[in-house]
Design a protein around this ligand. Structure first.
Ligand code: ADP
Length: 252
């Protein structure tokens, strides 16, 4: 466990129902700032539970969860909501876009909800659409976009509040191979920019693009596999997208 750990779980157990086997069983793991981790494993092995605990969407039954230097396992519901608004961007398999709004409005919405002025929120949204290569679609409604574009839009929205962590649940699960490749290319650029990402995936291409694979089985981390080696952010000197403030990752 290093000093630059952004996420740390210590001896975490999650039991949903008394008598049922725990969804997570005495699990400890850490994720460093700037790391991209792909969580893989059979259905029911605890992947979504793990993601929910890191996202502050749920709390463990036992053990501690520390994110950005702060314990979140003992926060109240409102404390968790504030933690999520400040630190977490999340994307889902089925995008969860608002179809009654334009692309630009979808991306600006989280910042407006967080209390920013609409003009500022839309300026940041335009910058994100630009970086993500869909600025020509700003005035369109999401339904005219391709699957890959829709997920890129969802990623832009997740980045609206400059989250410390980007979390993803099967980000390519609903996409064809072209759409999946677009999303993987974007995630790779975010990785190069220093964005910390944890994603649940069954997609070997996504896992390959991640710096690290965490394999789960029966609520525990399975024995290390050859693909589990960590690598730092890619060092290529190409254009990068990262947290607007690199110091944000260390802030509490
Ligand atoms: P995965 O994402 O790997 O498919 P989950 O974390 O969804 O695994 O589930 C792990 C275990 O916890 C499973 O046995 C599942 O049935 C159980 N589980 C998950 N969510 C709930 C819940 N809300 N209530 C009761 N049991 C749950």
């Amino acid at each position: 466990m290093g000093q630059d750990d952004l996420i740390r779980l210590d001896n975490v157990t999650k039991t949903y129902q008394a008598g049922a086997p725990p969804a997570l069983a005495d699990l400890s793991m850490d994720v460093a700032a700037g790391e991209v981790a792909a969580v893989m494993g059979p259905s029911g092995s605890g992947k979504s539970t793990l993601l929910n605990l890191i996202a502050g969407l749920d709390r463990p039954t036992e053990g501690t969860v520390t994110v950005a230097g702060r314990r979140i396992d003992n926060l109240s519901e409102s404390g968790l909501a504030r933690f999520r608004a400040r630190h977490v961007g999340i994307i889902f398999q089925f995008f969860n876009l608002l179809e009654g709004m334009t692309v630009l409005e979808n991306v600006a919405l989280p910042a407006v909800i967080a209390g920013r002025k609409r003009r500022m929120a839309e300026t940041r949204a335009r910058d994100l659409l630009d970086l993500l290569g869909i600025s020509d679609k700003a005035a369109a409604v999401p339904s005219v976009l391709s699957g890959g574009q829709r997920q890129r839009l969802a990623i832009a929205r997740a980045l609206a509040n400059e989250p410390t962590l980007l979390l993803a649940d099967e980000p390519t699960g609903a996409l064809d191979s072209d759409g999946g490749a677009e999303v993987i290319e974007l995630l790779t650029r975010l990785h190069r920019g220093g964005q910390t990402i944890v994603m649940v995936t069954h997609d070997a291409n996504v896992a390959h693009a991640a710096g690290r694979v965490v394999r789960m089985r029966d609520g525990r981390i399975a024995e290390p596999q050859p693909g589990d080696d960590r690598v730092g952010p890619a060092s290529a000197a190409s254009a990068t997208i990262g947290p607007a403030s690199p110091a944000a990752a260390g802030a509490s």
